[in-house]
Design a protein around this ligand. Structure first.
Ligand SMILES: Cc1cc2nc3c(=O)[nH]c(=O)nc-3n(C[C@H](O)[C@H](O)[C@H](O)COP(=O)(O)OP(=O)(O)OC[C@H]3O[C@@H](n4cnc5c(N)ncnc54)[C@H](O)[C@@H]3O)c2cc1C
Length: 249
């Protein structure tokens, strides 16, 4: 982490960059993690701040992204940006642990966001293949057309229940981190595949920007990366079910 926050009396001075930040071009405030300790202090040297992005010294860039364009993503730059000590959230050095607990929540929600997009396309595709006539009847009578939709319906339901279980456990204060990580890996990967299939089942019209499947697929690909990739999620699951010997570092 390169963003540093140096204490100076009753304020902190922020210097550095945050890259790949959702809403960075439109947000008025941001929850920032910054290094208040030495690099050697690792996770315990990170604090959280609520920062006014209209403060002097803040600048922004916007990336040209494949998807999630309504949200936007880019870099935030901090050049001696002053924030009051009251803008620090929690104790100094506790920011990393706080954000990690948030991930266990957001990962299950991201799974559900992807499932919402894929389910909508599956529903629309079921209607399309039932109505579309080819070779003397409905396209839906061919198993090559109906089976991918049957598989998608069941797989989406299973992934949805996994997300719900993680959130249900969280509501009850029970361990759920590995299930949230599993949901964040399984759901976006499954949904990108399902959306691709829905696009193909629409034939030539699916390739047009006029139909929504391509947009949903591009958005879901972004969610395969944001909040942690499948590889990292699998590392978290392996660490939980195997133990410390599954830690690569
Ligand atoms: C749409 C979108 C929105 C985002 N929004 C935000 C945001 O709001 N705030 C924010 O802070 N970040 C945000 N991000 C950043 C995102 O969290 C990171 O891009 C993501 O965690 C991956 O990190 P990286 O890009 O540094 O990839 P890298 O760490 O460089 O990884 C590159 C590749 O190598 C693989 N890899 C890396 N390490 C390992 C390993 N140990 N074992 C196996 N494979 C490995 C990764 O899985 C990946 O495929 C967003 C990203 C996207 C795409």
């Amino acid at each position: 982490m390169k963003l540093s926050a140096r204490r100076d009396g009753d304020q902190y001075v922020l210097n550095g960059e945050k890259t790949s930040i959702s809403f960075s071009s439109s947000a008025s405030t941001a929850l920032m993690m910054a290094r208040t300790g030495t690099p050697e202090s690792g996770a315990h040297g990170v604090s959280a701040f609520y920062v006014d992005l209209n403060s002097p010294g803040v600048s922004r860039t916007r990336f040209r992204d494949l998807g999630s364009r309504a949200i936007g993503r880019g870099s935030l730059f901090f050049d001696s940006v002053k924030v009051p000590v009251s803008a620090r959230i929690g104790a100094e050095g506790a920011g990393f642990v706080q954000v990690m607990q948030g991930f266990d929540f957001s990962r299950a929600l991201i799974g559900l966001m992807c499932i919402g997009a894929a389910q909508q396309s599956v529903d629309e595709t079921c209607r399309f293949v039932a109505e579309r006539e080819a070779f003397g009847g409905s396209l839906a009578r061919f198993e090559g057309v109906s089976f991918p939709l049957a598989e998608a319906a069941v797989e989406l339901r299973a992934a949805r229940l996994l997300c719900y279980e993680a959130l249900w456990l969280r509501d009850r204060g029970m361990p759920h981190g590995w299930l949230a990580a599993g949901a964040k890996w399984l759901a976006p990967e499954l949904c990108a595949r399902v959306l691709h299939q829905c696009l193909l089942l629409h034939g030539h019209t699916g390739f047009s920007l006029d139909l929504p499947h391509q947009q949903r697929m591009r958005d879901v690909i972004g969610l395969e990366i944001g909040d942690g990739t499948a590889q990292i999620m699998k590392l978290l699951v392996a660490r939980e079910i195997i133990g410390k010997s599954a830690r690569p570092y």
